[in-house]
Design a protein around this ligand. Structure first.
Ligand code: BG6
Length: 498
């Protein structure tokens, strides 16, 4: 695909995301010769920095690029750094953007970037609409001399209502095809591979339904706690931070019907349909039976003391924000009728891992009675991260007399494709947006459908009468009570186990 000449304007450029993800992503694209010939980045923020100071911060002295730079020629690094510019917006993003426009025009004239501009909003979401409005008032959203696109970071809304308002607010100034809502999980190779696994093979899709699948389990675990983001996290929690976006995106790829092709709208239409099919939990009893929340409490991991969530910096000592969420739900459609989905996400787990486990039903008629196999032992495990790959578990005969059956593994590792260069999530997503491909970005209705499912759970956890908050020691697989969700379906799988 062609990447046209363009300019990238990053709002909030002095923040962590720019240094940690955006600039490293662009640097990789530069080294891979994927940036267009005429391309510049203009960082805009409220810090007082010169172009040089900005380059120092995000390139020359960046801890995120240190190792990479050591291995490169000085001229190569300079070639990239020289494409970066900075503008201090003053005290407030809510200001007249005429000076910004002037700077954009002069960079465009000096570097021949054409009128194509990508605005990246890496600011608190409360500023999204303000920035869009100011861009519009300065005439910077018009598309008559080159396209204008807007990338917005998560979180997109805090609830269904706020997400709707945000969509409405942005739509006043930018059309939906101009808006790219980022979800970095969609930039992960293995998440995209869910589509390929399902729709480019004939061996999985015929089984991908209620007739053959017993239940679906998705685990997203992180070993870290809330790190230095206590202030943000305490207002958010696992359900908003991970489930509403990243995990429901994965769910939508598992649940969706085959799209008619690989065009962005063809795929996104099916994802929206999938999200809309999730059965919304309405009454307190259902919410009580199907949702579990918990917080990590102080513990020791490998002999080291670890703080409990409520002791973390920036967290209210009486906080009722969850660091663990496990939800059981159903998709009300033809394919999935009656198949339970178990999805959990948490901080301070024993390890960092994300995986999707498709548990198949037992054969209808069991011939090998002393098989030694459990009845639900056929599994397809899609390892999103780490050890990216796919594992199939099936029964084989134990050599010797009789018919004893044992579990065997067919195991594929992405790393076996070692010579293939794997793009980082942000790198891939940035390049897609630069090329106008929105397949891996969330559409307005998609985000709203996800909130529609999550809202009642959040509301119940906040206002419900009999809501429990469990505790789990940092470094274990969450509260034991989470196994109760699984009634009849055993226990959560310990991810990473073979
Ligand atoms: C972010 C969340 O969106 O995703 C973080 O805000 C979380 O809390 C992170 O740590 C996890 O991303 P990854 O790619 O490391 O799984």
């Amino acid at each position: 695909k062609k990447t046209e000449n363009q300019m990238l304007v990053i709002f909030g450029a002095s923040g962590d995301l720019t240094a940690r993800k955006l600039i490293p992503g662009l640097f990789n694209l530069y080294l891979a010769k994927q940036l267009p010939p005429n391309f510049v980045v203009l960082g805009a923020s409220r810090s007082d920095l010169t172009d040089e100071a900005f380059r120092d911060r995000v390139v020359y002295k960046s801890p995120y690029l240190k190792e990479k730079i050591k291995k490169l020629d000085e001229s190569e690094v300079k070639g990239f750094a020289d494409k970066l510019f900075y503008m201090d917006l003053g005290k407030d993003y809510d200001t007249d953007y005429a000076p910004l426009r002037k700077r954009v025009e002069s960079l465009k004239a000096d570097h021949g970037t054409s009128g194509n501009i990508m605005y990246y909003l890496s600011t608190p979401p409360t500023l999204y609409e303000t920035i869009a409005q100011n861009l519009s008032e300065a005439g910077m959203n018009t598309q008559n001399n080159g396209w204008k696109r807007l990338i917005v970071e998560k979180p997109f809304g805090y609830s269904l209502e706020t997400a709707r308002q945000l969509n409405k607010g942005l739509h006043k100034y930018f059309t939906e095809p101009q808006i790219y809502r980022i979800d970095h999980y969609l930039g992960k190779e293995t998440v995209q591979n869910l589509l390929v696994t399902r729709f480019s093979n004939s061996i999985f899709e015929p089984l991908w339904n209620r007739n053959y699948i017993d239940h679906v389990e998705i685990t997203n675990a992180e070993s870290v706690g809330v790190e230095k983001r206590g202030g943000y996290y305490d207002k958010s929690g696992a359900l908003r931070d991970m489930f509403q976006n990243h995990l429901l995106q994965i769910v939508s790829l598992v649940v969706m019907e085959p799209p008619i092709g690989d065009q962005p709208e063809e795929i996104r239409n099916e994802k929206v349909k999938a999200l809309k099919s999730l059965r919304i939990m309405k009454d307190e009893q259902t919410l009580f039976d199907n949702t579990i929340r918990a917080q990590y409490v102080a513990s020791e991991i490998n002999g080291e003391k670890v703080k409990g969530y409520r002791e973390e910096e920036g967290v209210d000592p009486n906080s009722t924000t969850e660091t663990y969420a496990a939800i059981k739900f159903f998709a009300d459609n033809w394919r999935w009728h009656g198949v339970p989905f178990y999805v959990r996400t948490a901080k301070r787990m024993p390890t960092k891992v994300t995986e999707v486990v498709i548990h198949f039903k037992a054969p209808h008629h069991q011939i090998f009675k002393d098989s030694g196999m459990q009845s639900k032992d056929n599994k397809l495990i899609i390892r999103i991260q780490p050890d990216e790959g796919i594992l199939i578990k099936f029964g084989v005969k134990v050599p010797g007399q009789g018919f004893k059956v044992e579990r065997a593994n067919l195991d594929f590792y992405y790393s076996s494709l070692a010579e293939t260069y794997v793009m980082e999530a942000y790198e891939r997503l940035l390049l897609d947006a630069m090329q106008g491909d929105a397949t891996l970005y969330a559409r307005a209705d998609e985000v709203e459908a996800a909130w529609e499912f999550v809202d009642p759970i959040l509301d119940y956890w906040k206002n419900g009468k009999d809501v429990r908050m469990y505790g789990y020691a940092a470094g274990v697989w969450g509260p034991e009570n989470a196994d109760n969700l699984m009634n009849g379906f055993g226990f959560w799988r310990n991810p990473g186990e073979n």
